[in-house]
Design a protein around this ligand. Structure first.
Ligand SMILES: NC(=O)c1ccc[n+]([C@@H]2O[C@H](COP(=O)([O-])OP(=O)(O)OC[C@H]3O[C@@H](n4cnc5c(N)ncnc54)[C@H](O)[C@@H]3O)[C@@H](O)[C@H]2O)c1
Length: 437
């Protein structure tokens, strides 16, 4: 049996800070409050409903993950964050329109008391939004200091033991890593001179790490996934993960594609299109923000199909992803996938998938799980990139020399085996030969 890590107990309260308090953030908070009142189940959350098999199949030990690993409980969470609109979480949830009024009315008081702090905002990175609730700062360095101060005040005001941050802010314009992102020294100099290469998402990430606050990036924006910040996180022993929550269409892709590949069926093309009408969709109506999302969505199939190993099956896949802003839909997104595949002797086949879902209903439990797992990782002394949380992301962060694992089932195994390993249980390799030999 492996040796268990020393993990500090989750005593006291855990703050969950979110830059961006729109549809995803309000759906998370409302759902947690409803669950605490016994009015809803935390469906979609692995930490709350998932189990983990321990030992051999004959041992009958499948505890719930939350009973096995020392996670903070939902009752210990305190929510907060930043937004460029000053609305409290009740008003913001009503604007987002994800949940019906009768749901959010049931937790009205709990939502009303949460108001976002003023945002660090740069319209060059999100050109579709204009808000008044923003910080004034002489430099980006000062902006980062203000966010750090917010974190400390939030912790003090709510008597918190620990804090984590999950980025739920709008998608920023596409950015390629460049010189100010490569080393910590260059990054900090860029903060001092307010270099436009530093977007708000990076300012929040930097402030979090400097405050010893674990950080996950739920947006496709370039944030902690640059060498300067990954290096800082490692140095400071702060867990970080990203990026872009794996929800609707990409979730479906990472469920279907591994199955197609497992059966060695070939693929000629995969056409994906979406309509959505929420504020996220409006932001993505800007070509620069759209590019961040498209790049994040496109990388998935290449990594799963490994065309370099299977040129006869996946050497020439035409993969197209379209996202269209269509206001009547609000948060009720619709995605269509058409997969042109081929089988024995090259015979063609097609699969059509039509997925209708409220995006934030899929994203909210991911934020909850990330907050709890990042906090666990921190208490277990695991700093830097947390690849075992790839399960939750469209573009999983890894060390530069490693390719990301996109297959949902490998990601799930990695996550559960990491839990087993840090808790001193044997990892499960699934050969099963010992039962027969
Ligand atoms: N909903 C999903 O299923 C899903 C899936 C994957 C990724 N995401 C990503 O999560 C993020 C949030 O999605 P959403 O549906 O909640 O969007 P949303 O538009 O409802 O909420 C985003 C909020 O961020 C705020 N914001 C923008 N820039 C900010 C800044 N610099 N600081 C603080 N606040 C800022 C906006 O005012 C808005 O209220 C987006 O980046 C989206 O692409 C969402």
């Amino acid at each position: 049996m492996a040796e268990a890590r020393k993990i500090k107990a989750p005593t006291g309260k855990l703050g969950v800070l979110m830059p961006g308090m729109g549809a995803v953030a309000t759906t998370l908070i409302a759902g947690v409050e409803l669950a605490k009142k016994g009015m809803a189940e935390p469906v979609g959350s692995l930490t709350q409903l998932g189990t983990v098999r321990l030992g051999k199949r004959t041992e009958d030990r499948p505890p719930k993950i939350k009973d096995f690993a020392p996670l903070a409980s939902m009752g210990d969470l305190v929510f907060g964050g930043w937004d460029l609109f000053p609305d409290d979480m009740y008003e913001a949830a009503a604007t987002a329109g994800v949940m019906e009024k009768e749901y959010i009315n049931a937790v009205r008081d709990e939502l009303k008391i949460i108001r976002p702090m003023p945002a660090v905002f740069d319209a060059r990175y999100v050109s579709k939004l204009e808000g008044s609730h923003v910080k004034k700062h002489a430099s980006l360095r000062e902006a980062a200091e203000l966010v750090r101060e917010d974190i400390r005040n939030f912790k003090k005001e709510h008597s918190l033991d620990r804090v984590v941050m999950v980025n739920c802010a709008s998608t920023e314009a596409y950015l390629q890593p460049r010189e100010p992102h490569f080393t910590l020294e260059a990054f900090e100099k860029a903060l001092d001179r307010s270099d436009p290469a530093i977007p708000p998402a990076m300012v929040y990430a930097y402030a979090a790490i400097r405050e010893g606050v674990p950080y996950a990036n739920g947006a496709p924006s370039l944030a902690v996934d640059v060498p300067a910040l990954a290096e800082l996180a490692k140095e400071e022993g702060v867990p970080v993960a990203g990026k872009d929550f794996k929800t609707g269409q990409t979730l479906v892709k990472t469920i279907f594609a591994p199955g197609i590949k497992a059966r060695m069926l070939g693929v000629d093309g995969w056409f994906s299109t979406n309509i959505l009408g929420n504020r996220d969709g409006e932001v993505l109506d800007d070509p620069e923000s759209l590019k961040s999302k498209e790049v994040s969505k496109l990388s998935v199939l290449d990594h799963i199909f490994q065309p370099e190993l299977y040129p006869e099956l996946y050497g020439d896949v035409s993969h197209i992803v379209k996202i269209n802003y269509y206001p009547p839909r609000g948060d009720s997104k619709e995605g269509w996938d058409n997969i042109d595949l081929f089988g024995w002797c090259g015979y063609p086949m097609q699969i059509k998938i039509n997925f209708l879902a409220r995006d934030s209903i899929l994203a909210a439990p991911i934020v909850l799980d990330l907050a709890l797992f990042l906090d666990l990782a921190h208490r277990a002394g695991m700093g830097g990139i947390q690849e075992w949380l790839s399960f939750y992301f469209k573009s999983p962060m890894t060390l530069p020399e490693l390719y990301p694992e996109h297959d949902l089932f490998i990601q799930q195994m990695k996550l559960k085996n990491t839990l087993r390993s840090i808790m001193g249980e044997d990892v499960i390799h699934h050969t099963g030969l010992d039962y027969y030999e």
